[in-house]
Design a protein around this ligand. Structure first.
Ligand code: WQD
Length: 337
């Protein structure tokens, strides 16, 4: 049985990926420092799959902590989620973001190099494309100067992996996520935003739950059909499954280059108002919202061309927006009780 190390394995995307790894028969070792999640997620994963993953509470900024985990296990592959991810905070705390997101990446790659391991998967982001020149966005689109420090950690992270992969012959894949949303069908795991959510869907669900009074729609004067901005919202379970597909590609040595990157989205663009309308429809409720000015740093439209990912990873999304927004609301309701 292949043993996969998952850093940040108790986070939003990490926890869903751990479940899919276990479903596929992988043995999972999780590192998480619990800085943006809770240990109860470990029990929830165990509830869903019937298998308790090995867990190490460790900080990926501490080289000796990472080394100790690699010493304790024969690792066949690594999926590296652990990172800070708040765009606004990253601009206020650049050194913390560069330290956390990049030193951890370097330390993990050093362990992989020193032990002659292989199979590395990195959480990247569609943010590396900035404001795209063409839609939908293909992998050939240029990577732009990042709008935020967070975005820059993903851009630099990919460059570090590209160089390391070439020099040390480490096969690696970066997955460029579009907008992950939703929760596991069991409603046992989901997104746990700390404080006031910055992302659309948690703000929507918290408004519906009465935790927030009103949702602000950032701008209705974009040159789109209804004037609101367009994104590619992908169900987190579909996103999790992309990691399994990428891992299998690496393990089976089906990769064409030592470093590859893929767009992980649905290929479909949805406006903020469409999200709101769909959320209201599928959950049979009304959302209190108002239109306000645009948010700094937002692009107008961002959605994936998934042709390459579909073909090369032999993967495609299976869950639609209706189901994603239904599951997000089910998860939210469980949080408020
Ligand atoms: C989506 C749309 C907003 C909140 C960001 C990061 C990206 C990735 C995911 C991850 C936009 C609008 C939002 C609200 C609104 N990072 N909106 N009212 O900005 O596409 O991507 O999160 O870890 O790197 O940049 O996602 O969910 O914040 O916004 O109208 O209260 O919803 O303007 O058009 P975004 P988002």
């Amino acid at each position: 049985m292949k043993k996969i190390l998952v850093t940040g394995g108790l986070g939003f995307i990490g926890s869903h990926t751990v479940v899919e790894l276990q479903n596929e028969g992988f043995e999972v070792v999780i590192i998480d420092d619990l800085s943006n999640t809770t240990l109860t997620v470990l029990d929830s994963i165990t509830d869903i799959t019937g298998i308790k993953p090995t867990f190490h509470k460790a900080d990926v900024r501490i080289k000796s902590d990472i080394k100790a985990v690699f010493d304790a296990h024969d690792i066949d592959g690594v999926i590296h989620f652990a990172a800070f991810k708040a765009v606004g905070e990253s601009i206020a705390k650049p050194l913390d973001y560069y330290e956390n997101n990049l030193s951890s990446l370097i330390y993990i790659l050093q362990e992989i190099r020193d032990r002659k391991l292989d199979n590395f998967i990195f959480s990247s982001s569609a943010t590396v494309y900035g404001e795209p020149n063409h839609l939908p966005i293909t992998e050939n689109a240029p990577v732009k100067k990042a709008e935020s420090v967070y975005g820059n950690t993903k851009k630099i992270g990919e460059e570090i992996i590209r160089d390391a992969s070439k020099a040390y012959n480490i096969n690696a894949i970066a997955l460029r996520y579009f907008n992950p949303i939703g929760a596991h069908a069991s409603a046992k795991i989901g997104e746990l935003p700390l404080g006031v959510p910055q992302n659309l869907i948690p703000f929507v669900t918290q408004t519906a739950a009465g935790i927030r009074e009103q949702l602000s729609v950032f701008g209705d004067d974009y040159p789109t059909e209804d004037g609101t901005a367009i994104r590619d919202y992908i169900h987190v379970v579909d996103l999790a499954k992309a990691h399994i597909a990428a891992l299998k590609r690496l393990i089976n040595k089906n990769n064409k280059e030592s470093f590859e990157f893929f767009n992980i989205g649905t290929g479909k663009g949805t406006s903020v108002l469409e999200v709101i309308n769909t959320f209201e429809k599928v959950n049979d409720l009304k959302l209190n919202y108002k239109i306000v000015g645009r948010r700094d740093g937002d692009v107008m439209s961002c959605y994936a061309d998934t042709t390459i990912a579909n073909k090369e990873l032999n993967w495609k999304t299976e869950i639609g927006l209706d189901e994603a927004l239904r599951s997000a609301w089910q998860w939210q309701q469980k949080q408020s009780v």
